[in-house]
Ligand binder design. Structure first.
Ligand code: GRF
Length: 193
């Protein structure tokens, strides 16, 4: 069976991109990363994709009149690469309903909290400010809301009394590198059935 073709969308460092790419390269995650989509030409993830030999579509939103205009090009790219599943990994833009609907049930996101707690930006800071003792990581399908889609997998992370945003983010990231490949595998198996 040919591996499911995925695209990863990212805007920054791309450590999740790396974790997924590494697991596809060593065969432990049986999907194929066909494309990186990135809205920040200077982002580290662009280098990571080049190193891994993964094609990328890198764009500057300001070069387009509207979100629909650049998403139309993204959609063409996804179709050209035969992408069957879209994986958002630190993509710092809202995705329009046009793209969400094109990949309904085929678009995942990872969020650094136990949703529905702390959706949106700065989830780790929100959790610390709230004083919760447990937070975590959620992988969910993307729908038209903000971090509201159906949950696929979650993992808890304990908050320590002396945690800073940095120390807590570091432990959350370590969990993400395990949870995202696991959830991608679950979603891919379901799509292949
Ligand atoms: C992760 O914490 C993820 O949960 C959030 O954005 C961050 C991306 O980090 N959506 P990285 O670019 O993969 O290192």
């Amino acid at each position: 069976m040919t591996p499911l073709k995925i695209a990863i969308f990212a805007s920054g460092s791309g450590s999740n991109f790396q974790a997924i790419a590494d697991r596809t390269a060593d065969g432990s995650l049986p999907v194929s990363v066909e494309l990186l989509v990135c809205d920040k030409p200077a982002a580290k993830v662009v280098e990571r994709a080049a190193q891994a030999g993964i094609p990328s579509f890198v764009f500057s939103p300001k070069d387009y009149a509207t979100r629909e205009a650049y998403e139309t090009v993204i959609l063409e790219q996804l179709r050209e690469h035969g992408v069957e599943l879209v994986v958002l990994a630190g993509y710092m833009r809202l995705v329009s309903s046009m793209l969400v609907q094109a990949y309904a049930g085929r678009m995942l996101n990872i969020h650094p909290s136990l949703l529905p707690s702390f959706p949106g930006l700065n989830a780790v800071r929100q959790a610390l400010n709230h004083g919760v003792k447990v937070t975590g990581v959620t992988v969910h399908f993307v729908d038209e809301g903000l971090d509201t889609g159906q949950i696929i997998a979650q993992r808890a992370v304990e908050v320590r009394d002396d945690d800073s945003e940095e120390s807590l983010s570091e432990r959350i990231h370590a969990i993400e590198y395990e949870l995202y490949p696991y959830a991608i595998r679950l979603a891919a198996d379901k799509l292949r059935r």
